[in-house]
Design a protein. Structure first.
Length: 121
């Protein structure tokens, strides 16, 4: 067994299989595990996927939401233990891979048209 096969076998144990198919432009809700004192709770983070990177165990998504008039972006490692769940709420129509142009837009201009040809899992 060479090094690549060993790495892949270790990664395979940690890859989540219950994830929905996520596309750029989708509105998703990510359940994030938060440690407060001795307790653990799941906090939802809802926003639009504006970027996706890498593949396999290193796959990450950038989710953007507007909170109290300020744009907040957060990068999630999809297979990380901190991510408890991911739910697709709405499919958005995007014609490019990265939606960084949404950073410059304000209010209703940030909305994306909805896609109906891709099912919500």
């Amino acid at each position: 067994m060479n090094a690549e096969e060993i790495i892949r076998s270790i990664e395979a144990e940690h890859i989540k299989t219950d994830l929905p198919t996520i596309y750029v432009g989708d509105t998703i809700r990510v359940g994030v595990r938060i440690q407060e004192g001795g307790k653990e709770r799941i906090q939802p983070y809802e926003g639009t996927v504006i970027a996706m990177r890498n593949g396999g165990i290193n796959r990450s998504i950038t989710v953007r939401k507007i909170f109290q008039g300020v744009g907040v972006e957060r990068v999630f490692l999809v297979h990380a233990p901190k991510v408890a769940s991911i739910a697709v709420l709405r499919r958005g129509k995007a014609r490019r891979a990265k939606l960084y142009y949404l950073r410059d837009r304000v209010g209703k201009a940030t909305r994306l048209k909805q896609r109906f040809d891709r099912p919500i899992n």
